[in-house]
Each structure stands twice: as structure tokens, then as C-alpha cells.
Design a protein around this ligand. Structure first.
Ligand SMILES: NC(=O)c1ccc[n+]([C@@H]2O[C@H](COP(=O)([O-])OP(=O)(O)OC[C@H]3O[C@@H](n4cnc5c(N)ncnc54)[C@H](OP(=O)(O)O)[C@@H]3O)[C@@H](O)[C@H]2O)c1
Length: 266
């Protein structure tokens, strides 16, 4: 039985992970901004947490830690995105995107490390995105934020030699969740309208046809159980999560951009 702290347990990947782990008997402290959104499951302990407020995030984590005693696993999953042309992104919008999926995630890593140092071991799982390597058009702030978090995670992997704390980067491709329903659409003008609309249709179609979040939940459960987990995994359909990253690595930048534009119909 593991003690797990999991952000964003009310929906999508987090909900599937909370359900799978709780059903197999792990104790899960799962978060939402509104705990009424969390399902009443045995072994699932509701925690209110808002990524927008680092102070309250610290308080939420401390209260859960006090309740749990220690955490074997901390999963940085909660997040949301922005959609719109990078040309019009304000610094405030970018800051808000980084607050949600970089600053809050880094703060939770820091808190998790402190708790795991006391306990002597632990595993941190950061859910970033394949978009950190294969950017989605009109999601500049999100792509950049996920790339920052992937790079931060890899930096820690360089530094953690000799410790019994592991940090793992989980990079999903498209997964069918509520992510697009709550995406923040940013400002644009007529020069972009048609292409933004075309890309949105492709992005939404891909997500609706994508694997269900249980796929990611099962991979996360495996990472929790593995004696020697890989530092980074991709999860999704075969094209996005296996073929595209391998081919992408070998291509010159000009061809990568051409390929991504073709993929999104631009
Ligand atoms: N779906 C995909 O295709 C995909 C692909 C790659 C990576 N990801 C990443 O996977 C993670 C989970 O996304 P999902 O697809 O499962 O999306 P989702 O269904 O929209 O779930 C997002 C979760 O994050 C929580 N959340 C969102 N904003 C928050 C905030 N400001 N403060 C606290 N909690 C917040 C939500 O909780 P409440 O609203 O209840 O507070 C919800 O539980 C995200 O980090 C996302 O970037 C998703």
C-alpha cells in the first residue's frame, strides 16, 4: 500500500489515476479547487488545492502530509492550457500559464522533497506533455511551460544521484479528457481567425479520438511499482507517443516545422 498525493484528481488523467490507485488499495490524497468534484471513493482523501496560490498550496500539502504521515509518491498532474496566437499573448497570460503548470509544480516538488528527505525515500511524478517536444500551434505558452517543466525535471534527475528519491517525467500525447472544455481562448484578429479555427478543429478532433485517461493511469501505476522506473515516459497512441518522437529527433528543424504544420492542417 502506497501513500500518494495527487493533484487534479477531479477529472481526466488525475481522476483515472486516483480511481485506479484507490481501487487497488493505495491511500490517495487527491486534490481539486472544489472538493465536491472529487468522487466519494474509499481510500480517496479529498484535498482542496489551487495552483494559483502558492501559500494555500503549501497549507494544503502540509495538512495532507500531517494526515498521511508521509507520502511515498507525489504526482504533479493538475493543469490547464491557453489557446490562441502567440503574437497576442500578454505577459500576464503567460505568467498565469507558468503559474499553473510550472511554478506551482516546482513548489510542490520542493515540498515533496522536504517531506521525502525526512522519510528517506519517495517518488515524484511530473505530468508534463509531449507538447514540450512537439509543440501544438497556437499553444505557445502551454508548450513553453511544459518544456520548462520537462527541463526542470531532467535537471533534478542529474542532481539526485545517491538519493533514494526518484523523479519521473510522464509525457502524454493526446488523451481524451475535459482539458479542451476548460481551455482559455486568448485574443486574436482576422489574420489568424481561419487558421486558429482550423487548428482548433484538428486539436479537438485528435483529443476526442485519443486514448482514454486510464491508459496514463495504468502507466503511472507501473511507474509507482517499478523497482527501477525510467526517467521519462511517453503515453498515448502509437503514432504520437512512439513513432513521432523517434522520427522528430532525427529531422532538421525546417522539416519538423513542415511536418507539424501538415499534421495540424496549416
Ligand atoms: N489531455 C491531454 O491530451 C494531455 C496531454 C498532455 C498532457 N496533459 C496534462 O495532463 C494533466 C491533466 O490534464 P487532463 O487532460 O486530465 O485535464 P482535465 O480533465 O481538464 O483535468 C485537469 C485537472 O487539473 C485540475 N486543475 C486545473 N486547473 C487547476 C488550478 N488552477 N488549480 C488546481 N487544480 C487545477 C482540475 O481540477 P479542478 O478543476 O477540479 O480544480 C482537474 O482535476 C495536465 O497537466 C495536462 O497539461 C494532458
Amino acid at each position: 500500500m502506497k501513500r500518494v498525493f495527487l493533484t487534479g484528481a477531479s477529472s481526466g488523467i488525475g481522476l483515472a489515476t486516483a480511481t485506479l490507485l484507490a481501487e487497488r488499495g493505495d491511500e490517495v490524497w487527491g486534490t481539486s479547487r472544489d472538493i465536491a468534484r472529487l468522487p466519494p471513493l474509499p481510500h480517496l482523501h479529498p484535498v482542496r488545492l489551487d495552483l494559483g496560490d502558492l501559500h494555500s498550496l503549501g497549507q494544503s500539502f502540509a495538512a495532507a502530509l500531517n494526515d498521511a504521515g508521509h507520502f511515498d509518491v507525489v504526482i504533479n498532474n493538475a493543469g490547464s492550457g491557453h489557446f490562441g496566437p502567440g503574437e497576442f499573448l500578454t505577459v500576464d497570460a503567460v505568467r498565469q500559464q507558468f503559474q499553473t503548470v510550472v511554478f506551482a509544480h516546482i513548489e510542490l516538488c520542493r515540498l515533496a522533497f522536504a517531506a521525502m528527505r525526512v522519510h528517506g525515500s519517495g517518488r515524484i511524478i511530473n505530468v508534463t506533455s509531449l507538447a514540450s517536444r512537439l509543440p501544438v500551434p497556437f499553444m505557445g505558452a502551454y508548450n513553453a511551460a511544459k518544456a520548462a517543466m520537462a527541463s526542470f525535471t531532467m535537471s533534478l534527475q542529474l542532481e539526485l544521484e545517491g538519493s533514494d528519491i526518484r523523479i519521473i517525467d510522464v509525457q502524454p500525447g493526446d488523451i481524451c479528457t475535459e482539458f479542451n472544455d476548460v481551455i482559455a481562448k486568448t485574443e486574436m484578429d482576422d489574420r489568424y481567425a481561419a487558421r486558429v479555427e482550423k487548428t482548433w478543429r484538428a486539436v479537438d478532433r485528435n483529443m476526442k479520438a485519443a486514448p482514454k485517461p486510464d491508459l496514463v493511469a495504468r502507466r503511472i501505476a507501473k511507474l509507482i511499482d517499478a523497482a527501477n522506473p525510467p526517467p521519462r515516459v511517453t503515453v498515448g497512441d502509437t503514432l504520437q507517443s512512439i513513432i513521432a518522437p523517434i522520427i522528430f529527433r532525427l529531422l532538421p528543424q525546417r522539416v519538423r516545422i513542415w511536418g507539424l504544420k501538415k499534421y495540424y492542417g496549416l
